[in-house]
Design a protein around this ligand. Sequence first.
Ligand code: ADP
Ligand code: MG
Length: 315
Amino acid sequence: MTLFSSSFKGPRAFEAPGTFGSTVLNATKTPNAEIGHEQNPLEPVTTRTIVVTSGKGGVGKTTATANIGMSMARLGYKVALIDSDIGLRNLDLLLGLENRILYTAMDVIDGQCRLDQALIRDKRWKNLSLLSISKNRQKYNVTQTHMVQLVTQIAAAGYHFILIDCPAGIDVGFIHAISPASEAVIVTTPEITAIRDADRVAGLLEAKGIYQVKLLVNRVRAEMVQSNDMMSVRDVQEMLGIPLLGAIPEDTQVIISTNRGEPLVLKKKLSLSGIAFENAARRLIGKQDYFLDLATPYKGIFQKVHDALLGEKRP
Ligand code: ADP
Ligand code: MG
C-alpha cells in the first residue's frame, strides 16, 4: 500500500528483521538478562550507537529514548542517553534528572569539566547515564567532529549502548545527532503526515550510510484500527518497508510518567505501553521474539490488543 510517492521502491536496503544489528551483543557474553547483573570488568565491550529519530516532531522520540534506555539499564547493560536537543531539552525531565545537570557536553568540549562529570548517573539504575549537549541555545556550536569525539569517549568508558535522542526537524541538529550513529530507530505515529516524514528521514539515513534501521510505531489506538479509522502497524510497516521494532499503544500513563519523571518501564505493575517499550528494548538488544507476546494470565486481552495493533483478525 502506498499513499504517497517515495523515492524508494519496495523494501529498503535495510537489514531483514531477523538480522538486524549485526553488532548485536551476544546475550551469553553480555551482562545477560538478569536485572541488576554487574558487568565483568575484564570483558571487552562492544558499543552500539543508536539514534532515535523521526521526521515529524512530537511523535515520541524522547519518550522512546527514556523508556528503551531505562529498560536496557534494568537488563544490566551500561547505557548512555544523549539529549542532542539544545534549548529544548526534555529527556532530563522524563528521567527526573533535571536538577542534577551541572555540566553539559559543551563544557566537556570547552575543557571546563571531564566527561564523567557531565554524564549524570540515574540514582535508581546507576548503569544509566544522561549527557545533555547544551543548556543554552546560544552556546550551541557542537560540530559533527565533536559528536563523534564524545561518542568515542563514552564508548571507551565501557558503555554497551549509546542512545541519541534526536532534535525535531531534519536540519543541522539532525545531521549532527545522526553523525556518530551506526544504527537508527525511526519513530512514527500511524498518521500519514508522520509516515511521510519518516520516509524522508529513512532516505536521509540511508544516504548517510546508516543501514541498520528499525521502526517504532507509537500512539496506536486499537479501537480506531479495528474500526478502520487508523492505519494498523502492519500497514505503516509495509508502507515504509522498514523492519519493525515494536508498536506502542496510546496510553494516558505516558503523560503521568512524564510529569513524574519516572519512565513507564519502572512501574511495578507495567501498563501495556510499559510492556511494549520493554519488549522493544529486548528486541533492540537482539532478542527477536519479543513483540507484545504477553504471558498468561493476561494473554487473552493482550493477544487481542496485539492483533488489533497489527491489524490482524483471529478466527
Ligand atoms: P518527541 O520527542 O518526538 O518530540 P515526545 O516523546 O516528547 O516526542 O512526546 C510528545 C508528546 O506525546 C508528549 O506529551 C508525550 O507525553 C506524548 N506521548 C508520547 N507517546 C505517547 C503514548 N504512547 N501515549 C500517549 N501519549 C504519548
Ligand atoms: Mg523530543
